[in-house]
Design a protein around this ligand. Structure first.
Ligand code: NA7
Length: 293
């Protein structure tokens, strides 16, 4: 398929590379020039990249970024063609997604929201999980592209529902990780080290994918960004905003948000969100360590 891929960040670049590997005809664009994908053509604007594309796939930071890629000067809107499909793998506002979709629908263009879970590792290995909202028949046409970049996709309903489900997923990741980090901090302070705690966690009902993924990084004290704290913070805000719109109260997430607020003030935005542990450690006066740290 002819695909325009817009946004070559931590997630987007390996996704575009996997599309090339699967034999698709890919044109890429990134706001800051200089990022390229081997085997793909580079365009100088979203409008240029989208010209002649069957599918325009986006992976950019946030709601404003998606809006400007689509509707800014030299945005995708200038190259819309009937029958084209726009897919958004960024995590953004569900209500904004519905508005963007409506605006392009009047031009005969389909809109599918397909945020992902699986982080940098999933993106690089082509094992992402797509959380999808949109028309069933349109999603069917995207199957080869999902297969090139991911291992599974789940349709959550019409356009916007993928984003809604994604926010509900990241809410859990943020709270589960916070529980793990608080548990290690308390255990360390009480004299039980992380290496001793982990086999117990893994053998019990506390075990989770979040712990499986994050524990090795925590034990090595490697807080380089797999999923940058600033983006998890953005998702927490999106979830709290969506909750407010829907008149839902999320007390645990509100508390976790305060920790992210302090972490951002302390300059941790570009570290992995796992670095929120270091705040708990600072407050407790301990350091959680693995033998290899
Ligand atoms: P990164 O690595 O921070 O990459 C973000 C990308 O978004 C990067 O290509 C940015 O371009 C691009 N970006 C940011 N703001 C804009 C605007 N205003 N216009 C156009 N492009 C923009 O994030 P990830 O790859 O980890 O995550 C991407 C999404 O997936 C995000 O929603 C996550 O929550 C999930 P730059 O290179 O800075 O010019």
């Amino acid at each position: 398929m002819r695909v325009a891929f817009l946004g070559l960040g931590i997630m987007g670049r390996p996704m575009a590379a996997n599309l090339v590997k699967a034999g698709h005809e890919v044109t890429v664009w990134n706001r800051t020039p200089g990022k390229v994908v081997e085997g793909a053509r580079s365009a100088s604007s979203p409008a240029e990249a989208a010209t002649g594309a069957e599918v325009v796939w986006m992976s950019v930071s946030d709601t404003n970024a998606v809006e400007s890629v689509l509707f800014g000067s030299q945005g995708v809107e200038q190259s819309l063609a009937e029958g084209m499909t726009i897919v958004d793998s960024s995590t953004i506002s569900p209500s904004a997604t519905r508005k963007f979709a409506e605006r392009v629908r009047s031009r005969g263009v389909h809109y599918v929201d397909a945020p992902v879970t699986g982080s940098k590792v999933g993106s690089e290995s082509g094992t992402l999980i797509f959380i999808v909202g949109g028309d069933e028949a349109v999603i069917e046409t995207l199957k080869p592209l999902f297969a090139a970049m991911g291992k599974q996709f789940f349709r959550m309903g019409e356009t916007g529902k993928g984003q809604a489900a994604k926010l509900a997923m990241n809410l859990q990741i943020a709270i589960i990780y916070e529980g793990f980090a608080e548990a290690l901090t308390l255990a360390t302070k009480l004299g039980v080290d992380a290496e001793t705690m982990l086999p117990l966690i893994q053998a019990s009902m506390v075990r989770s994918g979040v712990v499986d993924y994050k524990a090795p990084f925590v034990l090595k004290r490697d807080f380089s960004p797999n999923f940058p704290l600033r983006l998890m913070h953005k998702d927490i805000h999106l979830a709290l905003d969506a909750a407010k719109e829907a008149r839902v109260k999320l007390p645990a997430l509100e508390t976790v948000e305060e920790i992210y607020e302090v972490a951002s003030e302390d300059g941790y935005e570009n570290l992995d969100y796992a670095a929120t542990l270091t705040l708990l450690e600072k407050w407790a006066g301990v350091e959680v360590k693995g033998v290899s740290a």
